[in-house]
Design a protein. Structure first.
Length: 384
């Protein structure tokens, strides 16, 4: 029986994995080596130098390909290094259409690095995918989608964007960091390329920084592999081991993230001091129907705004939390809280960020997998 026909939970554990060839180790060893002995020049066992390939990284890359329903996985030193590799597929004069409510680091990479190399970016609200066609011209090479978006939790219809991309022969890349393949499979919905900050849910334990790409097409995989090796921002073997270990519990973690997220979203929505809760599981969420269609659950990422939109009050709430840790990042087993206006989005001018909904009192939660009653008690006490 091919392991690729297994269901998701089984693939998270077995997909693309074989016992190690040397001694049958069930977990791939951490091959902490830069180079490999050759018996004669060019005669080796498939590995020559660890920038080009390393057995621990290969084991992780096969697992990534399997769980995203792709064929080829590539692991990078960070999520941004993975996006950087995608952008190196392009040439000066090429154009990219990207979601507007974008991870700040991706926005910085696009606008501060690749714009300077002559690539043009259009940042577009894709909640109605038809508007994308207004920005397509003969120079358009790539559509870049993040869904759910950060921190506003907008949902973009991947299948509809994929139809537009196919019609115009443009590549579609999806940043699947927030949803993970447990909740959403962009390649099955027609995307050409999936990207992850494996730092977040894939690793899942806030102990590693890593990025990943997964594709189906051999040609595209070859080009990306060439860039990975030529530019060299590869993931190290220890980190690959940690993320592989994380992936083996992705499904159980995500199930609990979703359950705890739902309970907390409802608690916040019912709280008299809360003005608005952004979570795609609510029927009132403007993109709820798309979320239901393309996602298996609604995840553990929630943003909310207190009544009166008071900056100081929001700061006080995040300072008073005890079980939630005030920190950047997301997707770990522990619950985190962030204040986008003063943290992740502080570099964006107030008027700019408020246009996308990042107001002074917005608080973002990455709901972990602790006892949800403890999380709710913590929020109740901090909100007061
Ligand atoms: C964190 C993050 C990134 C960047 O990944 P790093 O691993 O921090 O480089 C990209 N996209 C999203 C949605 C993220 O949350």
């Amino acid at each position: 029986m091919s392991k690729e026909n297994l269901r998701f939970n089984s693939k998270a554990i077995h997909g693309g994995q074989e016992p190690d060839k040397a001694y049958g180790a069930v977990m791939p060893p951490i091959y902490q080596t830069s180079t490999y002995a050759q018996s004669s020049p060019g005669a080796h066992k498939g590995f020559e130098y660890s920038r080009s390939a390393n057995p621990t990284r290969t084991a992780l890359e096969n697992s990534l390909a399997s769980i995203e329903n792709g064929k080829y996985g590539l692991a990078f030193a960070s999520g941004l290094a993975a996006i950087d590799a995608v952008m190196k597929l392009l040439q000066p004069g090429d154009e990219v259409i990207s979601t507007n409510d974008l991870y700040g680091g991706s926005y910085r990479l696009f606008s501060k690095i690749f714009e300077g190399f002559g690539i043009k970016f259009h940042f577009v609200n894709m909640e109605n995918p038809a508007v994308i066609e207004n920005y397509i011209n003969t120079n358009t090479r790539l559509i870049w989608v993040e869904t759910p978006t950060n921190p506003m939790m907008n949902i973009i219809d991947i299948a509809q964007v994929a139809n537009i991309a196919k019609k115009h022969k443009v590549l579609l890349g999806v940043d699947n960091t927030f949803a993970t393949p447990y909740l959403q499979l962009p390649l099955d919905l027609g995307a050409d390329l999936v990207m992850h900050s494996a730092t977040k849910y894939m690793g899942g334990h806030s102990d590693v920084v890593m990025g990943a790409l997964v594709v189906k097409d051999k040609d595209l995989a070859d080009k990306l592999y060439f860039i990975q090796n030529a530019s060299g921002a590869v993931a190290g073997p220890m980190d690959c081991f940690l993320v592989l270990r994380g992936i083996k519990t992705l499904h159980v973690r995500m199930q609990r993230h979703c359950e705890n997220g739902a309970a907390i979203a409802k608690f916040l929505a019912d709280h008299p001091k809360i003005e608005k809760v952004y979570w795609p599981g609510f029927k009132s969420h403007p993109n709820h129907e798309i979320a239901k269609k393309q996602m298996k659950g609604f995840g553990g990422m929630i943003s909310f705004v207190t009544k009166g939109n008071n900056y100081q009050e929001a700061i006080k709430i995040v300072e008073n939390l005890k079980v939630f840790t005030l920190a950047e990042s997301l997707g770990g087993v522990e619950s985190l809280a962030g204040h986008p206006a003063s943290m992740t989005h502080a570099s964006i001018p107030k008027e700019e960020r408020e246009k996308t909904g990042v107001v002074d009192a917005l608080i973002r939660l990455s709901v972990g997998i602790e006892d949800v009653e403890d999380l709710i008690d913590d929020l109740r006490r901090a909100i007061g």
